[in-house]
Design a protein around this ligand. Structure first.
Ligand SMILES: [Ca+2]
Ligand SMILES: [Ca+2]
Ligand SMILES: [Ca+2]
Length: 670
């Protein structure tokens, strides 16, 4: 057996080697190896002890390498040995803590000379070593030391009890047991070959034969369970062991195998008898990403055991790509999982899906909505592609489209959690059927919206528009779509001051419902606040203090939009800002700063948070003289456009009376 390209633990090699690097590895490691190998082979060859001494001296010059220091822990079977095909047979034992693992590797003629040359090369520096002839002595040397090397190797096989497990951590690794390993080979040294000869070197054993390394007869390497009892008559243990699986196969578990560099192998896994144990899922990952794999073959053996057979391969050109196999087993009831199907809620084949061309990346369907298009046991995914330079994506289950120019065809299939694909595709036409426009600006009531038909007559569609401000919606207006162009009138009189968006819904035969929000720059205009002065019991606008320096006035203020309002009180060019308390206000107006004390004109301006204001003025006579009320201007509601005062203002005017009007218009922008 030849799987013994071992290394000393004093020269650790942390990077696993590919098979392509075998040749250079062998030559670099040969000096280390021969010491190990020669001891074993010569002992077996029955060489006199005096000759062994000479061997030992050679060993010293090559570095100390007693048999106990053989370290192959950085190697795998594949790192050390090229095969054309291999069968691995892993039989888990009833203790759920060990397995009997056997492998047969076939080496076809074309690569067998390289294998023979490698083995002969291992014996460089020793009698008959590296002489381009492979001898039966060399074969025996490798066979005897091989199990020690293999026992160090990473089995790359792990188990994990619990829900299906992936990734590289937390595995219960299987390890080799040296006492259980046996090695054998077939035709490594074909003794009936026409070029065979007796070994020519000194120290060769009686009957030693050798063949040139270029011999290209097929050969086989076998890794076996040792069956020979030891000196005490005890049978050897199974050749692989692991920590006992806690529930011994009755709870779900995952079996994982790193199949990197397994160029062509059949893996047979056999499990002890467990009622209802079955293969639930399987997966092969390359660098952590799932790839397609052939469905494993599962057999219930006549003795009740379960056998799973998986074929794996690995393109050596892909090295060092990591490739892993995962098999999930369970005793849980098998719930059939069918391929996903299109539901009755899904847009039918050939339907239009409307998209705003200038929207940029936009959601075509939310996760929840898109899920309603499918019937399946569980959540589905979508596999779609869009034509004509449009692009489609799925993000956290939400479906997005990024429009290009013109129109596009979106073709989708459904994919379920088991990677089953829906039997049929659906293709939908993506385009923008209508465009919407309006004159941006402030509106009190009606706003005309212009709708243009794109790509043909759209009179078959129904368009509904609802003014919207967050949770606050106005009245919905509906109309047939335009054949060419049309106008719809919405009313924003019920809306609050500020931006009004339009919630648009377009429906029609042959198209999926199209809903979106539009901001066309439409704003609801604020109505100016209303302000009034309360009369005293005597019928005056207010009352003087005892010194005659300040005049107490009070009144009410109201904004029909519910806006915050502030009040500016101005007399003799001095102004004071006050905030009303609810709908009432009051102030002591000081006239100390006035130059003239013949009469005072007090102007009150109520301004809302949109800068709309209403002013009223009163003319107040000094103490002991009659005071005269002045009315606010009838255009005191000072909108930009100079609109009429609100009805509340009219009422205030009437209340204040008509005598001694002081008309004043105050521009809100003033
Ligand atoms: Ca040789
Ligand atoms: Ca399914
Ligand atoms: Ca207002």
């Amino acid at each position: 057996m030849i799987v013994v390209l071992c290394q000393l633990n004093t020269t650790p090699m942390h990077v696993p080697l590919s098979r392509q690097s075998m040749g250079s590895l062998i030559s670099r490691q040969a000096g280390i190896l021969v010491a190990v190998l020669i001891v074993a082979s010569l002992i077996l060859s029955g060489i006199p002890s005096s000759d062994l001494k000479q061997v030992h001296e050679v060993e010293e010059t090559g570095g100390r390498a007693p048999l106990g220091d053989v370290d192959c822990s950085n190697y795998t079977f594949e790192d050390l040995f090229a095969y054309s095909h291999a069968d691995f047979d892993v039989v888990f034992q009833d203790d759920w803590a060990s397995s009997i693992t056997q492998a047969t590797a076939w080496v076809n003629g074309s690569i067998s000379p390289a294998v023979r040359e490698n083995i002969d090369g291992l014996f460089e520096g020793f009698p008959g070593g590296d002489n381009d002839w492979l001898s039966t002595d060399e074969r025996e040397g490798v066979r005897s030391v091989g199990p020690m090397c293999i026992a160090d190797m990473n089995t790359r096989l792990g188990m994990h009890e619990g829900q299906p497990h992936r990734g590289g951590v937390d595995w219960n690794d299987l390890t080799w047991v040296e006492e259980g390993i046996a090695l054998d080979e077939v035709n490594l040294v074909p003794e009936d070959h026409e070029e065979v000869r007796n070994c020519q070197n000194a120290f060769s054993t009686n009957g030693c034969k050798e063949v040139p390394v270029h011999v290209d007869d097929d050969l086989q390497i076998m890794l076996l369970q040792e069956t020979e009892p030891d000196d005490n008559g005890n049978l050897p243990p199974p050749n692989m062991e692991f920590n006992v699986l806690p529930n011994m196969g009755t709870e779900p578990f995952t079996l994982a195998l790193n199949v990197t560099n397994m160029s062509d192998a059949t893996l047979n896994f056999t499990f002890p008898v467990i009622t209802n144990l079955r293969l639930d899922a399987w997966e092969i990952q390359e660098n952590g990403a799932q790839i397609w794999m052939e469905e494993p073959s599962v057999t219930n053996l006549s003795d009740g055991r379960l056998r799973i057979v998986v074929n794996v391969d690995y393109d050596l050109a892909d090295w060092p790509m990591g490739k892993n196999l995962f098999l999930d087993l369970t005793t849980a009831e098998n719930v059939p999982d069918n391929p996903p199907q299109w539901s009755s809620d899904a847009p039918i084949d050939g339907e239009m899906m409307a998209v705003m061309l200038d929207s940029g990346k936009t959601m075509l369907a939310s996760h929840e909505f898109a899920q309603s298009w499918a019937d399946d046991e569980s959540q589905v995914s979508f596999d779609c592609s869009a034509s004509n330079g449009w692009s489609w994506s799925l993000e956290s289950g939400d479906m997005y489209i990024t429009p290009g120019q013109g129109q596009s065809e979106l073709t989708c299939s459904l994919v379920d959690l088991k990677n089953q694909v829906s039997e049929s595709n659906r293709t939908w036409n993506l385009e923008q059927p209508l465009s919407f426009s309006a004159t941006a600006g402030e509106y009190m009531g009606v706003v005309p919206i212009t709708i243009n038909a794109l790509n043909g007559d759209r009179s078959g569609l129904t368009v509904s528009i609802t003014p919207s401000q967050g949770d606050n919606s106005g009245s919905t207006v509906s109309s047939a779509g335009p054949a060419d162009s049309s106008s719809m009138e919405i009313n924003v009189s019920d809306m609050l001051p500020g931006i009004v968006e339009l919630d648009v819904a377009v429906t029609g035969n042959g198209m999926a419902d199209w809903s979106f929000s539009l901001d066309l720059g439409i704003k609801k205009e604020s109505r100016a606040p209303e302000i009034s002065i309360s009369k005293t019991r005597e019928g005056d606008n207010g009352s003087w203090d005892s010194e005659g320096y300040s005049y107490h006035i009070e009144g009410t203020v109201y904004d029909s939009d519910g806006d915050d309002v502030s009040i500016d009180i101005e007399v003799c060019g001095y102004s004071t800002k006050i905030n009303p308390e609810g709908t009432t206000w009051s102030n002591e107006v000081s006239v100390v700063g006035c130059n003239s004390h013949e009469s005072y004109i007090i102007t009150l301006t109520a301004t809302d948070s949109w800068n709309k204001s209403t002013s009223i003025s009163v003319s107040v006579m000094p103490p002991d003289e009659d005071t005269t009320t002045n009315k606010p201007s009838d255009s005191a509601a000072t909108a930009d456009e100079g609109g009429l005062p609100a009805p509340g203002v009219i009422a205030t005017i009437a209340m204040l009376g008509l005598a001694g009007l002081l008309r004043r218009r105050i521009d809100s922008q003033h």
